[in-house]
Write a protein of this length. Sequence first.
Length: 291
Amino acid sequence: MTKKILYIALSALVFMACANEDSTLDMKGMFSPNGETVQVRFAQSMAYNDTVGEIHLDMHADDYVIYVCTDSHITRKSHKLLDYFIDQYNAASTPKLALHLGDHIDGQKNYPCVDSILNLANDHLFNALGNHDIYFKQWPIYRSYFHTSAYWFDTNNGNKKLDLFICLDSAEGSLGVDQTNWLKKLLEAKSQEGYRRIIVFTHTHLWKLDGSQGHTSNMALEETYELTSLLAQYNVEFVWCGHQHARQSVIFKGVNYLVLDSSKDSEEGQAYITVEMGENCFYHYHNYPKL
């Protein structure tokens, strides 16, 4: 056991030595304090949400398309796949919105770059907070660009309600007590309003594929049990997640948990998805080309 601990410690030191502020390894952040806790981030997010009010998107149609990517891990030198994703989104002529499921950046000081890329899209682009986004105590920087990590919005066609979207802050692998209670109250209230479907999106997945993400792999078993029971109780149709860098679909208690591939330049065989939203819902994977 002592040898194993020593090996892990030495490996961490090697990673720290090799990583720099523009590194795709970003390992230094994993072994340093993240700064504000999920409880603090949630309180700050709610305060911001109160200042801007509710978000209701008029799609001007019953049918529209959602572009979803995750884990772009961009640096100032490496963001071709995220550029491509935004280009594809902008080229689409159908009613649309876009989601990024977190881990926008790697390393430090890369937020201005990701902000300039995402601003090429219209104001129908929404973001979830990833664990890499808060490494190096960068929550205040993320907050200065994207303002909130837990929120909801819905879509409509005129006076006709369509779909409800809920973004959760799972960047630490836990929702925390306050966010969980907020989610319960929100689902209880909104489930009575006649939405055709409810979709939750966040960063950390609930189903562990392997140990590749270390201590940030997924939520604690007890929290996973509580959350999955809650989502099933209120007939959530989809939960979209990232974090694992490998696609997976798990249906549990009637809820489809979809883990996406990454949009990271240095990884081959990655993809984003488009989701056709209508009376029925269909999602399609789109492999990134070699760029």
